[in-house]
Design a binder for this molecule. Sequence first.
Ligand SMILES: Nc1nc2c(ncn2[C@@H]2O[C@H](COP(=O)(O)OP(=O)(O)OP(=O)(O)O)[C@@H](O)[C@H]2O)c(=O)[nH]1
Length: 822
Amino acid sequence: MSRHQYVRNLDYQDAMDEYEGYTEEEDELSPEDRVLLNQGTADVQAALGVEASKVTVAQIEEALWHYYYDVDKSVAYLTAKFINPPPKAAKPAIRQPNGKSVTSSWRIVGAAAASRPAPSVSHLFRDMPWGNIPKHREATLVPPPMPRGGLLGGSGTQPKLSKLQALAAARKKKAEEKTADNNKPKAAEAPTGKENVPPSAPLNKRVRFSGSATQDRIVAIMTPAVPSQPTQSDLQQQSDVAAATPENEPVLKATPSAFARILCGLPSDDPKAKASMGETPLDPSLFGERYGPDNKGRPPEEPVDSTWWFDIHKRKRDDSGEYEEVVVLYPNLPQDARDNFALPSPDDIVLAAQAKAKPKAGQRTAAAQSKKKSTHSPETVAAAVSELKVDDAPLPKSRGLDVLSEFEKSKGKKNASFVVVGHVDAGKSTMMGRLLLDLKVVDQRAVDKLRKEAENIGKGSFALAWVLDQRPEERSRGVTIDVASNRFETKNTVFTILDAPGHRDFIPNMIAGASQADFAILVIDAGIGGFESGLKGQTREHLLLIRSMGVSRVIVAVNKLDMVAWSQERFNEIKNQMAGFLSAANFQDKNISFVPVSGLHGDNLLHRSTDPAASWYTGPTLIEELENSEPNARALTNPLRITVSDVSRTIQSPVTVSGRIDAGSLQTGDAVMVQPSGEKAYVKSVLVDEAPAEWAVAGQNVVLHLSHIDPMHVKVGDIICDPANLVPRADTFTLKALAFDILMPMEVEVYRGRLQVGGRIEAIPALLDKVTGQVIKKKPKIVKPATVARIVVKLEAQVPLEAGQRVVLRSGGQTVAAGLLE
Ligand SMILES: Nc1nc2c(ncn2[C@@H]2O[C@H](COP(=O)(O)OP(=O)(O)OP(=O)(O)O)[C@@H](O)[C@H]2O)c(=O)[nH]1
């Protein structure tokens, strides 16, 4: 994850976990950041051109890191900072009595360095009798040895360290600590001069210096020093100071004032508390009371001037009984700023909580590491998720039926599903509405009501279509959008209607309907121009699609014949033309029927037409043709496969799925597996054709109430299968495809039932003979329309796929191929 993504996705708990599992390696730049930094550096150098030589790679990387790899901002910063820096503005100065000024961020490095020409702090004590500091005891102020940290911009307050600076400082500190540990004198040894090196301390660290004279006044200033590297001269000064310090001088620490305690975060005078803050417990015998101007003590909160506060402490120097004074100066903060320090900051609270929760230093246990691992490793996350109990209810009981023999014994009606296809406005929905009305699946009153509603919006002629088109947008537009299903029974068969949309925009829905059908009704508008425009439109495409989806039986309903006065001539013209198309699409003659109908008036649907003009037709009605249609053979003994066509939440189950059983059988209490999620579920109850059932077999449309599975694991287009015989997941497949359009390596959308997934034709291994399936050409560059080829498709995601499934490929809103998975 890039740093930017990480920032966007930053999660507090994750941040805590990261902290707990902190290791040194995690301070390193990630490979991704390293790549970005390298790339950014090159870009910045290119942008700077010849000026690039004026900045170092480290400076460029620093800028890039700070500006989140923003090259423009980094270039602007580097230009302003190093290449064309603006003239230096005068720093805010503290006015001294002698008229000289010193910058506000100095540090006092030692009273003994009096010989150095430097500004004095004596003005701070000008109204104090004891403030007449002899020259040799004056402290020396020197500017900080290193430039301020941070980058341009910001509020002008204390500069914020950049991450790289902080990283470098942390590493350096660690290295120093390591070196110090290695060179550490034994506890009893006197402190070395090294301890006199002023720490690169943040605000809450005290700078300590000592003088060498007997009654020295030692001045320490609480200064907002930034982490910095001492310069050579600074180190020299410090070693001077160290050299002047008695060998076994105790660590010099003044008792903090109340304000200093607040400012420094020292909770109390309690030695333990101080020790916990890294302070050496103060010895009251060494550190005397505070001195004020009248030698009677001075409230520590009283300011010296508008800039500084001070405390003066007295310290016994050694066994000689001499004393020295220690002056501690603090920046004078306004009351509200001090109030801000009265309570622990939010950071302190978090750090304290982390410190409490964290194992002690050096004891970063395997548990912490494993906790981090356990939080983040995919295996453990997967294990944890699988342990989640979605449903604590007992498993549904199975009666252990022999479903196939139950099915044999049942002697129930056969089940058949048919899809109604055809060009838009051919009259598909109207025809089915009329059939349902004639079959009394819907009653006349309901249709009258629909008619009234349809008339109210000027769509009275669509009243029958509204029996199936129930969505508001379908009704207002007068167009079927999604597959509508309904059910009716004849003497021998339970039929499921799948009324598909004709509009080309909704072909994917039509594909979903066709994938569940045993046979099809192709509706053709016999009106003047209707048939012809259908031929140019979706009539032919639908025909090819249903064939590719495995539908081999088609009933052609030549509709709207009332509009052409039941012209037998028109009927024959359409029949002849369509027969050619059907034959070209590989439909066998015995599986094709033509019925002249008027869906609007119900002629030749359930009842034979009573119109004398239609008397020339004496063949079967539409319903008779349906009854004569034999559904596809059922794969009853194959492993269970159900393509999920709908998922909903019902009273019976939060995961209620509907679909057709493509293969196999099931019963209540069965365990099933959902692919591609790979989640197990149990069949709580079953509806077959909307009636409760104990079992169901291939070919039936079922509603399953599932238990012990989270709804997030089941989606439309998934496959429910036998846990012992899973449908595999794959992202690449080989297809024996009929080309509807030119095929070549190209982006495609892949449709399987309700499933839709993006993909790409990766390779075309061969052109095949349409009839025999033999290879006629290897590795063709393209596949021409109406030819058959073997193609390899790579998908964007893993989906449940297996040989024998039928898929459709579309590109740019057009169907380009359809075929069978090999
Ligand atoms: N005269 C006459 N009009 C019909 C007949 N069948 C349908 N229509 C009219 O044709 C129009 C379209 O009918 P629909 O049933 O919506 O057509 P469709 O094929 O279902 O349309 P989509 O599903 O949107 O593709 C409506 O105005 C119907 O009244 C018929 O047999 N005779």
